[in-house]
Design a protein around this ligand. Structure first.
Ligand SMILES: NC(=O)c1ccc[n+]([C@@H]2O[C@H](COP(=O)([O-])OP(=O)(O)OC[C@H]3O[C@@H](n4cnc5c(N)ncnc54)[C@H](OP(=O)(O)O)[C@@H]3O)[C@@H](O)[C@H]2O)c1
Length: 300
């Protein structure tokens, strides 16, 4: 079982299954259950959600899956996020999409997530995005209460910069165990904004969302993908692998931050490519070939 420890007695599977696109897969709860049972067998035990996914409906779809197999919940770790309020049937009358990190909203949001999943605890709660209006003391109160009630086991953030992470951490008496950020050869942002250095310095393993850039890397209509993909195909040939996705996942998995890719595909074969990449050895030079192609220019 390939796991990454984020805190004492708290680990997630090295490959996380992201279920943001769950409603688009057109699978019924029974089909989703079969997929998740197979994933758990293969060692993918962590499932990533957010309250807003599927217009606030993905969490309850997973809840339907849990109802079909009562033993499944205790074999998996649920990650979910809160903080984004969008105009929707959940918030009728809302005039503008915004972020709400008030204590009341965080507590309410967790209760709704628990109800949707049909469970008594969330393994890891993330604040979805940093916000221009943010009171870390109030967030700390919410986290402390949720931890004490046993409703949330661990806490983290998503899309935070190092300073935003440190600010919140300063107010907490528990560690933020991860930061879920976009990382792929398509998106080098966190190699360039100081976050990678911050992660490694603080032994934080980031979760990497959109590891194949939501499919854009493979899209011939995109401007950036076609620049990067020939090099990825070259490395695939050198490594003797047929699927380019394996090379992309290996590129992420090799990195010294020991990140956890959050794979968003609804297709078993594609998720298995991510698992296969765990055992794929990539040389440092091959890693840099992809980095340089992604950068679009030679290193200085
Ligand atoms: N924290 C955040 O702000 C944030 C933001 C976005 C996402 N996330 C999380 O990260 C997870 C992954 O994000 P993502 O779905 O964007 O990740 P992804 O794995 O980069 O992209 C998945 C998408 O790419 C398609 N795809 C995969 N391989 C492909 C190929 N070879 N050719 C063409 N299309 C291909 C998939 O289609 P198929 O299903 O047909 O394979 C799916 O639509 C989400 O589920 C969510 O949990 C978090």
């Amino acid at each position: 079982m390939n796991k990454i420890q984020l805190a004492p007695n708290f680990s997630l599977s090295r490959i996380v299954h992201g279920q943001m696109r769950m409603m688009e897969w057109n699978m019924n709860p029974q089909q989703l259950l079969s997929m998740m049972q197979e994933l758990v067998e293969l060692g993918v035990t962590t499932f990533d959600h957010a309250d807003i996914y599927g217009g606030y409906h993905c969490e309850s779809l997973l809840g339907e899956v849990f109802k079909l197999d009562k033993s499944l919940r205790n074999k998996v770790e649920i990650v979910t996020k809160c903080g984004i309020k969008v105009v929707s049937d959940r918030y009728p009358g809302l005039k503008v999409k915004h972020y709400d990190y008030s204590k009341a909203h965080i507590l309410k949001s967790v209760d709704l997530s628990l109800e949707g999943f049909g469970t008594d605890h969330i393994d890891l709660l993330l604040l979805h995005r940093p916000a221009p209006f943010f009171d870390p003391a109030e967030v700390a109160e919410a986290f402390t209460q949720l931890k004490r009630q046993g409703k949330v086991l661990q806490f983290g953030v998503s899309n935070f910069g190092a300073a935003q992470f440190e600010m919140l951490q300063h107010y907490l008496d528990m560690p933020l165990v991860t930061n879920q950020v976009e990382i792929s050869p398509y998106c080098l942002e966190h190699f360039e904004n100081g976050n990678m250095e911050f992660f490694i310095k603080n032994s934080i393993h980031p979760m990497a969302w959109s590891p194949v850039a939501g499919g854009r890397l493979m899209s011939p209509w995109d401007a950036k993908g076609p620049r990067i993909m020939p090099v990825i195909r070259q490395v695939a040939e050198e490594l003797g692998v047929d699927e380019v996705e394996k090379v992309i996942y290996a590129w992420l998995l090799k990195h010294s931050s020991r990140m956890l890719p959050v794979v968003g595909s609804g297709k078993m074969d594609r998720i298995k490519n991510a698992l296969a990449a765990i055992d794929l050895e990539m040389s440092l030079e091959q890693w840099y070939m992809i980095y340089v192609a992604a950068l679009g220019k030679e290193l200085p």
